[in-house]
Design a protein around this ligand. Structure first.
Ligand SMILES: [Zn+2]
Length: 104
């Protein structure tokens, strides 16, 4: 629960969900330990690594898995927001989190 900034929202680097209350990984590479409600990524667990590059690589793998499994909200455990569009959501991911051949 460190680095919680009131009202500021963060983008999930895996699926592009833009309403995260905590930054998934801060500048000192501390994970939030939060779970993305959209793709279900548990930051600090599913994407654990010790360098920024490795973390980005893990996010890339998780993203490809999420896409190949059909981009399901919360792994089907809850209802997605009204008019939720996972394809549009992917466009929220900052380019530095994407590999050069990725384009959403
Ligand atoms: Zn996500």
């Amino acid at each position: 629960m460190i680095n919680t900034i009131k009202n500021k929202k963060f983008v999930c680097p895996v699926c592009g969900y833009s309403e995260l209350d905590e930054e998934p990984w801060d500048k000192e590479l501390n994970p939030s330990w939060g779970i993305c409600p959209s793709c279900g990524t548990h930051f600090g667990n599913y994407d654990f690594a010790t360098t920024k590059e490795e973390i980005t690589a893990r996010h890339d793998i998780l993203r490809q898995q999420w896409i190949s499994q059909g981009m399901i909200w919360d792994k089907g455990s809850s209802e997605p927001p009204t008019n939720w569009n996972p394809r549009e959501q992917l466009k929220n991911i900052p380019k530095q989190f994407l590999s050069p051949n990725e384009n959403y």
